[in-house]
Ligand binder design. Structure first.
Ligand code: ZN
Length: 186
């Protein structure tokens, strides 16, 4: 899959990953990864903002901060991440939680960065809307807090919750719902 064959949403998803993560340029430099749930939270925000036009989300049980909850997850974006991994644009790391559940983290690769540099300016502009601070226009970073991921602005010190979790307690649901429990296969 060459960059020119990307769908608009694949291009934007790759740009989003590139804005949040980085490969190490030398042995002394740190790599930055993003865990799946904060990434999926930003994808959901992107869907709500109309930036991902073909994605939709549905409630899926996920593990976050050692608790199980329903989150808005876009299945199409999961598939696209898998496609981007298969061509070497995105790298995955599997991390074990204290509950022995594996969570995935993702990082752009150098090959991915090259592809991103060649992507249309309109895609870059669209993706920047997901991360831009509403108050001051600065680029925000994402931070996983106890209740949800938050977008944090270093410049004006504002923060904004990224809605991904459903309010309902998982215990209200009957057992057949749990057959849908989400396992990170990609
Ligand atoms: Zn700000």
């Amino acid at each position: 899959m060459a960059a020119k064959d990307f769908t608009n949403d694949q291009a934007r998803l790759l740009i989003l990953v590139s804005q949040l993560t980085k490969p190490a340029k030398s042995r002394h430099e740190e790599e930055t990864w993003i865990k799946k749930i904060p990434l999926m939270a930003l994808v959901s925000r992107g869907i709500q903002l109309g930036i991902f036009k073909t994605y939709d989300f549905a409630p899926i049980l996920v593990e976050y901060m050692d608790t199980t909850r329903f989150a808005s997850i876009s299945k199409e974006s999961e598939d696209d991440i898998a496609d981007l991994r298969s061509v070497g644009y995105v790298e995955r790391l599997k991390l074990a939680t204290s509950h022995y559940v594996y969570v995935s983290a993702y990082r752009i690769t150098n090959k991915g960065l090259k592809a991103v540099a060649g992507l249309d300016k309109t895609h870059h502009e669209a993706v920047s809307k997901i991360l831009t601070c509403k108050k001051c226009g600065h680029n925000q970073s994402i931070q996983a807090k106890e209740d949800a991921p938050y977008l944090m602005c270093k410049r004006c010190e504002s923060e904004e919750i990224v809605d991904i979790f459903y309010i309902e307690e998982v215990s209200y649901f009957t057992s057949p719902m749990f057959s849908d429990i989400w396992t990170p296969t990609d």
